[in-house]
Design a protein around this ligand. Structure first.
Ligand code: ATP
Ligand code: MG
Length: 469
């Protein structure tokens, strides 16, 4: 008892944030001006206010504005029920069956409006939670304070009133944001049991915002990581994809690994990051993804997963080949083996399989540089993705950069130049080499990190990406 008290006073024991205490901060204190809110969110909150309801911008948008970042989207929370919101906002529709929310639609923007709700019963209520404490029900309306309490981190539980330009803060979220700290609301162990995905969210926000996960929230992760196995696979996949597309994918994966969270999801990360060529390849792929996200360019999940799984495919293919199989069938067998093994962990949706397999299998066709074959490969609908993939391999030192250069030249060349580049089946290799160098004085069109880093995921141009997001 006394030791407990001592520890608490000395602050050695991680403090659990449990008691809400509302602070209302004015413009001077938080600095968020009404004009920083999207026009659709403003129109929505204004309409609700006019009809006599409370309405706040909530969650990630408030957090991001406090650290001077542009929010991804704007969510609104209100004390109006979905039916009431529907009545107030003409262009809106109710979605969701289990918990209804309203989509308020403006010209090119949709704002999600949700009614304040409460945690029902909590993890101890076996009506609301499964045997691991995972919440299966959270669909009762509640007060604004309840709504703050059900959120995950203090930084995500802030409400902004655009009319009065006030921030309503129940759990000291503004102070935590200033201290760059992800702090869990309530007891982290209970909150992770309710929803294990919060462990992945902790990692994602910490990497993306450059925050630290508060020790009380970090410490239990290693022990609870296995609970991710109980999360439906589609939701897990969505979360991992958010992590990879956060713009900080490399940091996210490093942190996932540091917390031991990757075992059930992407166990290959251990193998890949400990092997020099594999690590270089994956890091180049992640860096190029992050760059594309920063530039607001589309990113293809299939391409990304193809890069993450590639080293496994290579290793399996080598093993199968060593057992006597010829290269192409060995590659196909390896692709199936790796995709099947991955399905046991984080199930990558099947719709991506075909694209990943095409990207991988086309790699074996790049070595064929005679006759009509290079022309046919160029016409292949997945050529661009496969070529970007080849460039990454060259940059990582997995293959001879001359091969990537040859393909750069071949793509750029006119008819005569292409003809000259073709490898003559019956002529010695020496001649081929000379012809490549003589065209560009041996200067590489790629392989210098420039082209590949930018061009490696021109997904917008990939047909049938398998990406229905
Ligand atoms: P991002 O910028 O990535 O969209 P976000 O904070 O807006 O970050 P969302 O997933 O869009 O994250 O969720 C919106 C808000 O809903 C969060 O800020 C948080 O308050 C709450 N929330 C979302 N997921 C959870 C969860 N698993 N547990 C508790 N609260 C959650
Ligand atoms: Mg959001």
């Amino acid at each position: 008892m006394i030791m407990d008290l001592f520890r608490r006073v000395l602050g050695r024991r991680p403090r659990i944030v449990d008691q809400p205490r509302l602070r209302v901060l004015g413009l001077q204190e938080h600095g968020i001006r009404r004009e920083q809110i999207s026009s659709c969110a403003l129109r929505t909150t204004d309409a609700l206010h006019k009809a006599g309801f409370q309405a706040f911008v909530v969650g990630g948008a408030v957090r991001d504005l406090l650290i001077q970042r542009a929010p991804k989207d704007f969510d609104v929370a209100t004390n109006a029920t979905p039916d009431e919101v529907r009545r107030v906002i003409r262009r809106s529709r109710i979605i969701g069956r289990r918990f209804q929310i309203v989509h308020a639609m403006c010209n090119d923007e949709v704002v999600e409006v949700s009614t304040f709700r409460a945690l029902q019963g909590g993890a101890d209520d076996d009506q609301a939670a499964d045997e691991h404490g995972r919440l299966i029900r959270d669909n009762v309306f509640g007060s604004q304070e309840d709504d703050a309490r059900r959120r995950d981190f203090t930084a995500n539980a802030l409400f902004y009133d655009p009319r009065k330009q006030e921030v309503w803060d129940y759990f000291n979220g503004v102070a935590d944001i200033r201290a760059k700290r992800m702090r869990m609301i309530g007891d982290p162990v209970v909150r992770y049991r309710e929803d294990p995905v919060r462990m992945l969210r902790a990692v994602r926000f910490a990497a993306k915002l450059n925050f630290r996960i508060d020790e009380a929230a970090r410490a239990p992760i290693a022990e609870l990581a296995d609970l991710l196995a109980n999360v439906p696979s589609a939701r897990l996949f969505d979360e991992v994809l958010k992590l990879l597309l956060s713009g900080h994918s490399a940091d996210c994966l490093r942190q996932l690994r540091a917390e031991g969270l990757h075992h059930g999801l992407l166990p290959l990360i251990d193998v890949v990051l400990d092997e020099p060529v594999g690590a270089k390849f994956v890091n180049l792929a992640l860096a190029s993804t992050d760059l594309r996200v920063a530039q607001d360019k589309p990113v293809s999940p299939a391409f990304l997963f193809a890069t993450l799984l590639w080293q496994q495919v290579r290793v399996s293919a080598e093993r199968i080949e060593a057992a006597g199989e010829s290269p192409v069938p060995a590659l196909f067998a390896a692709m199936d083996e790796v995709l099947d093994a991955q399905k046991e962990k984080l199930a990558i949706p099947r719709r991506y399989d075909a694209v990943m397999k095409e990207i991988w299998s086309l790699q074996s066709r790049f070595v064929q540089r005679s006759g009509q074959r290079p022309y046919r490969l160029l016409e292949h609908p997945r050529f661009r993705a496969a070529w970007d993939f080849l460039v990454l391999r060259a940059e990582a030192g997995e293959i001879d950069p001359d091969l990537a250069r040859w393909w750069a030249d071949f793509q750029d060349g006119d008819d005569a130049q292409r003809e000259a580049l073709l490898v003559q089946d019956d002529k010695p290799k020496r001649r081929r080499r000379r012809s490549i160098r003589s065209r560009r004085g041996g200067a590489g069109a790629t392989g210098d990190g420039g082209d590949g880093a930018d061009g490696s995921q021109q997904h917008g141009g990939y047909p049938d990406d398998g990406d229905d997001a």
